[in-house]
Design a protein around this ligand. Structure first.
Ligand code: C5J
Length: 225
């Protein structure tokens, strides 16, 4: 539905209204390290196939968003090759045989510039789409995301990517505290743990949308068309 140049998406806990010019699609960490075998996700003992159902809906949403000429931002979790920005606690957490910075089948795990750190081919950034390299789970912590949103006049975010309860949730909470409205299409976010995915979304939309709104990509596509 369109009113005064604003679009309305059917969502929970109630409809989400946005101005296309001031709303960005923020795609969180759709990296080979999380979605393909041999990366960080698998190193932590996860089944990476659990996340792959998010690829197709993200691809369709990204394509429609680009076609409408709207703003896209990508993020990647990872660290400097010298690991100077890797908190020692993060490095040793999990007591894995291999950890961040060690060699893996896609290069050094979760290190910038390595094959595993890159975004999957299906959602590869285009020229002009900022890529935020973040050392933490939230996309605002220790990055220039807030400056980019400010200078581009972005006020609302559609947040997709992986994983629902970790980097997506952390980013949505950070965004909420900075005054941004966030809409999360449930089919475009994923977790290695179905129950965490469900609860991660419930936590966002509970209490009349304490952190934001939850919808489905089909409803955003309907609003865009
Ligand atoms: C994790 C992320 N799960 N992108 N990172 O460690 O959610």
């Amino acid at each position: 539905m369109q009113t005064n140049g604003k679009l309305t998406v059917d969502a929970e806990p109630y409809e989400f209204t946005f101005s296309p010019d001031t709303c960005a699609l923020v795609i969180i960490d759709m990296q080979r390290d999380f979605l393909e075998p041999g990366g960080f996700g698998e190193m932590l003992g996860n089944d990476v196939s659990m996340l792959r159902r998010t690829i197709q809906p993200n691809k369709a949403l990204l394509s429609a968003w680009r076609k409408a000429g709207l703003q896209v931002i990508h993020t990647r979790e990872g660290h400097r090759p010298d690991l100077a920005d890797l908190p020692p606690a993060k490095k040793i957490r999990g007591r894995s045989a291999t950890c961040i910075g060690d060699a893996g089948p896609m290069g050094r795990i979760l290190v910038r510039g390595e094959e595993g750190h890159d975004i999957i081919a299906e959602l590869y950034p285009q020229a002009g789409e900022p890529v935020i390299d973040k050392p933490g789970k939230g996309a605002f912590y220790s990055t220039d995301l807030q400056a980019i949103l400010k200078y581009r006049g972005i006020k609302q975010l559609i947040v997709t990517g992986v994983t629902t309860e970790v980097c997506v949730n952390t980013t949505v909470r950070e965004a909420n505290d900075r005054g941004y409205d966030c809409l999360i299409p449930e089919d475009c976010v994923g977790s290695y743990f179905p129950e965490f995915h469900d609860w991660g979304l419930k936590m966002i939309k509970a209490q009349k949308g304490i952190f934001g709104w939850v919808s489905h990509s089909s409803k955003i596509l309907a609003a865009l068309s």
